[in-house]
Each structure stands twice: as C-alpha cells, then as structure tokens.
Design a protein around this ligand. Sequence first.
Ligand SMILES: *Cc1c(COP(=O)(O)O)cnc(C)c1O
Length: 426
Amino acid sequence: MTERIPGFNTLAIHAGAQPDPTTGARATPIYQTTSFVFDDVDHAASLFGLQTFGNIYTRIGNPTNAVLEERVAALEGGTAGLAVASGHAAQVLVMQALMVPGDEFVASKKLYGGSINQFNHAFKSFGWNVVWADPDDIGTFERAITPKTKAIFIESIANPGGVITDIEAISNIARRAGVPLIVDNTLATPYLCKPFEHGADIVVHSLTKFLGGHGNSIGGMIVDGGTFNWSREGRYPMLSEPRPEYQGIVLHETFGNFAFAIACRVLGLRDIGPALSPFNAFMILTGIETLPLRMQRHCDNAQAVTEWLSTHNKVAWVSYPGLPGDRYHNLAKKYVPKGAGAVFTFGLKGGYDSGVKLVSNVKLFSHLANIGDTRSLIIHPASTTHRQLSDAQKVQAGAGPDVVRLSIGLEDKDDIIADLDQALSL
Ligand SMILES: *Cc1c(COP(=O)(O)O)cnc(C)c1O
C-alpha cells in the first residue's frame, strides 16, 4: 500500500507533532528549558560534532521549536526549517550564510518597509550590498546581476501595496545567474502561495503575521527548498568548504538537500543568537492549526471590503489584486488563486487630512503598525511609519499623503464595512 500524502489542512494540524513520548500530552508541550542532559560523554561529543541530531542548548535548537520547523517546512514543501526570533532575524541568517563582505544581492524595491531599511542600513554595515530592482520591469533584475551577486530577494505578495511578484520569471533569471532565489512569503503564507513550486530556493517568513495570526508573538522562519547546488563553482564557501569549527565537515556534502537549513542553524543561529522562545513557538503552532480556515476568511473579507471601497465616493483608488481590472489581477490568478491576501492600500480623495481623520474615527479597526491579526488593523503611513520621508519619497515608497493601509481581520464583514462607512462619513 502506498502511503497517503496528507492534505494541507491535515499538515497544518499534525505535521511535525506527535503525542509526547513521556507524558502522552497531545498538544505540543512548551519545552521551557535552556539545556538538555547528555546520555554520556560520547553522546555529547557526537552532538557537538554534528554526527548525531539532538538537543544541546535552546539557542541552537529546542523540541517545541522543532515541531514548528517541521510544520512550516511541510506546509511549504521544503526539506527543513529553522525557527528564529523574528522575520528580520531570518533574513540576517539567510544572508549571513550566503554573503561575505563586498558581495551583492538583488532585491525587489517593492518590499516591506522594515526590510528596505534592514537592507539599506544594517546589511550595508556588514558589507552586504543591496542592488534594487523593479518587479514591474523584470529586466531590471537581469541587468542588476554582477559577478558579485549571491542571491535574489523578493516578496510573493509585497507589503503593503498588493503587488504580486512574478516568481517564475525572476526564478529563471536567478537560475541563469547561478544564484538562489529567496522569497519572503509572509503575506501569502503557504495556504495561498507555495514559492518552491514556482522556482524559489529559500523561503523566509515573519511568523509574527498570518502564520501566528493572533497578533501575540514575534517569530521568523527559514525554509530550505533543497533545490540549490551549493557546491557549484565554490561561490558559497560556508556550505562547500570544510568548516574549521566542526572538524572540517563540508555541510553540503554531509547534509545534502537540507544543508542550507543546517548552515543557518549551526553557523548563523549558534553564533549570532536570535533564538525563538519555545513559548512563542507554541503560540505560533497553535495559530497554524487554523491557518487554512483563517486565511480563506481573511481573503473573503478583504475581497468584500475592497469591492465596497472601490464604489465609495470618497475613495480615489483601491490597490487589491483580487479586483478585476487591478494591474496584478492576472498574476494573482496564477500565484494566489484562492485569494489575494488581506493587506492592501487605498487612496482618499481628501488626501493627508482625510487619512488622519479616518484613522481617528474608526472604532472596530485598531490603529497600529502590524498586519495579519485576527483583528482588523489600519494605518496611515504618511503620518506614522513614513513620516520622516519627503513627500516625493513618500509617493515613491507607495506611502503618499492620501494612502491608507488596511489588514482585514476575521470579524463579520458587515461590521468591518459598517465601521469604515461611519468613519468615512464623519
Ligand atoms: C513584518 C514583516 C517582516 C519582518 O518580520 P518581523 O517578525 O517583524 O521581524 C518581514 N517581511 C514582511 C513581508 C513582513 O510583513
């Protein structure tokens, strides 16, 4: 008998987990411990030498976090995962495994604002140089490649503007350049889009958003697609050359199609240290159990709200790929057929003052700088997150004075619409 491959809903609940072998506990326990006792000296030596898998110290790995890693890797269709303290920490560890000072990577300029800051400032201070490309003009990615390029970085659905990136077209460019394609899949989650099926090599997540889904825990994840040949041309020495700190082990040789996840753990997480708390892993695991139900409701609500907004007389435009006529509608049909996510922007005819008035008048919506909560969220970027930019820079960043960003929650859609309706009418 061939073994059934479980469906997405089943994996969201069961992947990586089993009843606790000691107590029978059915929910994954929170292993709130810093360290794990060795069987004996030989066992300790083999753990430290990477000859045996097992627990040493929670900075390097933890059994609660391991369930989360296996679950997200299963949902994405990757070979292995690595849970870390935040989405930004995941991005640091991925790049640290790929880059040496003076190297370059090409990134879409339509990204979460925090990532744009991280790449422009922190990464530059490490000597990792970002070269920006435009996902609306795919040729800019090809032209940005140089002999120093070590990776391409994009988002599947880009935060905040409802941009759908053509993953396959960009993966072809990465393939020709011999570099891995990294996809930040935070806004889509694997329920809506599986980047590995479209040619991605590495997926990163902010678990803080829809995967955790309840606005209560920060976390990040790296998923190894197992697809990239790290040994070709010796361009990735962290993976293809003997590691002095592990008795000369070559990670790609020893760990094959999950060598990248191992490198991020035993070189990056071990030495840089952004470990995820097992308590946060537990909260996020619990969130993931209902991911398919939540994501569908998020999308259905967002679709209804955007349709309503686009007919409102105070609204100038709505940017949501689920709307027919949206410039990303065809890409949405290909990459996110079940729905275009729940984060989008729209413009108010009344400009800056109307944006400020709207965020002051809403009652059900929370005015804050997060997305992917059960609760509906609103922000007016020009008066908050993008306040320090000039007007021209604001417009360039998709945060012009008239722009409002919403993250649609799981409340009744009629209540969400009623709240916007009363706030817009004041
Ligand atoms: C929030 C976010 C991040 C950063 O994640 P943190 O968990 O806040 O560090 C990265 N990418 C996207 C698309 C995000 O929305």
